[in-house]
Ligand binder design. Structure first.
Ligand code: AMP
Length: 369
């Protein structure tokens, strides 16, 4: 990720992908133009890198010139296109190919066509490296398009955000979610994750997702998901990854505008952790921290048997199922400590004490993030 002025941008199109797109444009244009000597007209400033790389790859003789237009102010395409340097040579009867770095609304193209209105060129073709179909509002034909992109602001490879970023050799896309706090609340069954999540979600205005709670809700309502999950949960085993991941994704999607999430009981496997990273990435976000409540096994068994007297949960009712859940935790889930430690995101917290004491210990970690 990079920061230009006040905004964050994430990597979007690599140098190799740009190179490939230019190769494709070169082949198409060279095939169409045959042995004619075209005049390539780069639109400054944005297309200086594209024009340079394009003509270096062009396999036959050609001429290169530039016109200079200005259209962007900050991250919005402005209505006011200024012509700063126009045509400086006679293009009568020549085949002209405009090389644009990007076409979004198409306003620059209006000015380009105005410039060529009175030139008696043989033909005028438009080639653009990047094209935003959702933003394009004009009817001018685009003869050659490198890469179609969504309607989001990009920088790099000649394109700027208030003059910064033109020098970057690859393309970056603006990060729209500027900040979320996403916590993985971790620890063995009975460590107190659910209890603590209730306090933390209020304090930090986060959405709490407990996969165990969502499964139990589905079991109670006898949904297909509930029926499937029940057979695993009742034995203290983990529900298969894909089922759990799909469910979690749906829960996150239901809360699109959230400030952040507390994930409780998820991820429990390596595959789930990787999938969660991917999901956060689609939100232009990331997991901020894994906070783990550390509690001794014997304390856990005692707590869960105690809870089982009132919780009505079949998986709390019997010591051998409880021990199986703890075993599943050590066999499959505890490895996630390494996953998040490797990203410097693991924070262990002593989970024995009063509820208030533990909330304070957790808050102390969250406040440093
Ligand atoms: P919990 O309420 O977090 O203790 O979860 C209760 C049970 O739901 C677990 O023992 C699993 O059977 C199932 N479960 C909850 N979360 C997951 C998950 N992330 N992956 C697989 N199974 C899960």
């Amino acid at each position: 990720m990079i920061k230009l002025h006040d905004k964050y941008f994430k990597p979007f199109i690599s140098s190799a992908q740009i190179d490939e797109a230019i190769d494709k444009l070169v082949v198409e244009i060279a095939n169409d133009l045959g042995d004619e000597i075209p005049v390539f007209v780069g639109i400054l400033n944005g297309s200086f890198m594209f024009t340079s790389d394009f003509v270096k790859k062009y396999p036959k003789p050609c001429e290169v010139t530039f016109i200079k237009l200005a259209s962007y102010e900050g991250v919005k395409s402005s209505d006011d296109i200024q012509r700063l340097i126009g045509l400086t040579q006679d293009l009568t009867d020549r085949t002209v190919v405009i090389l644009e770095d990007i076409i979004d609304t198409g306003k620059t193209l209006v000015e380009v066509h105005r410039i060529f209105e009175n030139e008696k060129v043989k033909s005028l073709k438009i080639a653009t490296l990047f094209y935003k179909p959702e933003a394009y509002k004009k009817d001018f034909k685009l003869h050659y398009v490198g890469i179609e992109i969504p309607n989001k602001f990009i920088v790099g490879y000649g394109l700027d955000y208030d003059n910064l970023g033109r020098d970057l050799p690859e393309i970056y896309q603006i990060k729209e979610t500027q900040h979320m706090t996403n916590l993985v609340l971790f620890g063995p069954p009975g460590a107190g994750k659910g209890t603590q999540a209730e306090f933390l979600k209020e304090k930090y205005n986060l959405v709490h997702i407990s996969t165990g709670d969502v499964f139990r809700f589905n079991i109670k309502n006898e949904t297909a998901l509930g029926m499937l999950a029940k057979s695993y949960i009742d034995k203290g085993e983990l529900v298969p990854d894909q089922v759990t991941i799909d469910m979690l994704n749906a829960e996150v999607e239901k809360n699109a505008g959230a400030n952040g999430f507390i994930f409780d009981g998820f991820p429990r496997t390596d595959a789930q952790a990787k999938s969660l990273d991917g999901l956060m990435d689609t939100k232009d976000s990331a997991i901020s921290a894994m906070i783990a409540l550390e509690v001794d096994d014997e304390v856990l068994v005692k707590r869960l048997l105690e809870r089982g007297k009132t919780s009505g949960r079949p998986d709390d009712a019997n010591e051998s199922i409880i021990r199986n859940r703890i075993k599943e935790y050590y066999n499959k889930t505890a490895i996630l400590k390494d996953f998040y430690s490797a990203q410097n995101k693991y924070h262990g917290v002593d989970g024995v004490g009063s509820i208030d004491e533990i909330t304070e210990r957790l808050s102390a970690v969250i406040d440093t993030l």
